[in-house]
Write a protein that binds this ligand. Sequence first.
Ligand code: 5GP
Ligand code: MG
Length: 175
Amino acid sequence: HRSKEIMAARDIERTLDRLACQILEQITDHESIALVGIQRRGADLACRLCGLLSERTRRKIPCGELDINLYRDDWTSSTATPNINATRIDFSVEDKTIILIDDVLFTGRTIRCALEAILDFGRPEAVKLLVLVDRGHRELPIQADFVGKSVPTERDQQINVFLQERDGKDQVVLS
Ligand code: 5GP
Ligand code: MG
């Protein structure tokens, strides 16, 4: 199996910095910003962005997480069943601008499911989507508002996201 590095550690660091800047530029009411990460690596990324945003705004940005599993037979299968395992959102979503965060955006089915879960909590002002990697192949009309990197992929390829806190290194690889 051939694999290719898409992002090195320094690229991930710079990208998260840039995404934090874009968030603060686009969402001018900083008090309304709240983050929700999708387990597992989306939640890790949400944590990091929470640190960057809290530092820059000098306020504690609320951060929650959703645990959604998408059961698919294989990576190429478009028949996937989303399953919500757990939610941890211990702040009011009312009138918040929620930034939903995931590591990889593919068909969009996970995000559709995450939106339903968030809206069960109340009525946010808006929900935005941030992903580290957009690998294409959408099957639903879902697009990210903040994209770390767009990586055209074949359906049967896979993006491997490694994060320091979980994998001991920061790296994105296409295989
Ligand atoms: P979707 O629901 O958009 O089809 O797939 C997105 C979800 O599946 C994300 O939570 C993401 O973690 C995972 N996913 C889909 N494709 C890939 C991939 O190529 N690599 C990784 N690491 N995760 C993927
Ligand atoms: Mg995932």
